[in-house]
Design a binder for this molecule. Structure first.
Ligand code: ZN
Length: 340
């Protein structure tokens, strides 16, 4: 299998993230991709491809110019206004009962564009996210023009980034960029997001589109991150109505119930009959993951992989969440190579 990566992310590391009740060391550590790569290389057959970074121009097909301008200059502005010893993070978020308004102060703009306290502005987050986006672009291009089935070792994750907002340690949306790339020439594309948290970014980006189906299985947002999206009644609108499927499951869900959610996803995917499938491969639905609350076992990921393979749709995988360094390698390997 081809493994697409860009090592710019190795410099990127948030210092702290804000979770309920405390600041903790960030879960999106640089060692995540190495742990997965080591497992895949041990299994044999892994061909690693170092990819060029994406450009801002490449990202304009899914993100707004003002958001990308913000991301590209946010660290410089933050470090000058405050301190290069501190990561940039908001502390007052937009109010629900007021029209959206973007402040001038950098700490206000960070809160305007980054919807949580998890996604800090760091010196290297912009180059890291361009690197991951570049790997996604190349993998999508290779799938489209050469039929290559690959895995993008993207870091930071991207599936929480919408058109003009970041969150969940996501800055730009690599899965959406791959899907958008695959739509060239009128192709129909589906995204299956199996990360433990709602893929709110792709939902937002493709909300009113009928050429990209977005399907996400995740913990019920009524009781888990990202809280404000991922509900079953979010189905898209306009020509996109019926082309977004959210399948929330309760915390603690194990394979017997998860398999039913997956069957519903598979049925939707078969009905859409896409030309291509992009799998947003979060491995944080594992029982031992420090961020996820779904209780899958390592071998359950093999069953997910078999279901995806049985669809017989040309597809690619892209790493999203998954923070248990002892288990993510096996989980990812079981999805991408379920027969091994
Ligand atoms: Zn997640």
């Amino acid at each position: 299998m081809k493994i697409y990566k860009n090592d710019a992310h190795l410099k990127h590391q948030s210092r702290l993230e804000l979770v309920p009740g405390k600041f903790i060391p960030t879960l999106d550590v640089r060692e995540r991709t190495g742990a997965i790569l080591e497992t895949l290389q041990r299994a044999g057959g892994a061909q690693v491809i170092d990819c060029a970074p994406a450009t801002m121009q490449d990202l304009l097909c899914i993100h707004s110019q003002d958001y990308l301008d913000f991301l590209s200059t946010a660290w410089k502005e933050w470090s000058m206004a405050f301190s290069p010893e501190l990561d940039g993070v908001g502390f007052v978020w937009p109010h629900r009962n007021r029209p959206a308004r973007c402040p001038v102060a950098i700490e206000g703009r960070i809160a305007y564009y980054m919807f949580d306290g998890v996604s800090t502005i760091t010196p290297d987050m912009w180059s890291a996210t361009l690197g991951a986006a570049g790997a996604a672009l190349q993998a999508a291009s290779d799938l489209k023009y050469f039929g290559t089935r690959g895995l993008v070792l993207a870091r930071p994750p991207g599936h929480h980034a919408s058109k003009d907002m970041g969150g969940g340690t996501s800055y730009t949306n690599h899965t959406a960029l791959a899907a958008q790339t695959l739509t060239a020439g009128g192709a129909r594309v589906a995204i299956l997001d199996i990360d433990a948290h709602h893929g709110n970014g792709a939902q937002d980006i493709f909300w009113a589109r009928d050429d990209v189906l977005t399907v996400s299985i995740h913990t019920d947002p009524a009781v888990d991150y990202p809280y404000f999206s991922g509900y079953a009644d979010e189905i898209g609108e306009g020509s996109g109505e019926g082309f977004n499927l959210n399948i929330p499951v309760p915390p603690g869900t194990r394979w017997p119930d998860y398999s039913q959610a997956l069957a519903a996803a598979v049925e939707k995917l078969r009905g859409f009959a896409p030309d291509y499938l992009v799998v947003a491969l979060g491995a944080d639905a594992h029982v031992d993951d420090p961020a996820g609350r779904i209780h899958l076992q390592t071998e359950d990921f093999r069953l997910i992989g078999r279901e995806i393979a049985a669809l017989e749709i040309p597809h690619m995988f892209l790493l999203e969440g998954g923070y248990g360094l002892d288990v993510i390698g096996e989980c990812v390997r079981n999805v991408v190579a379920p027969g091994n």
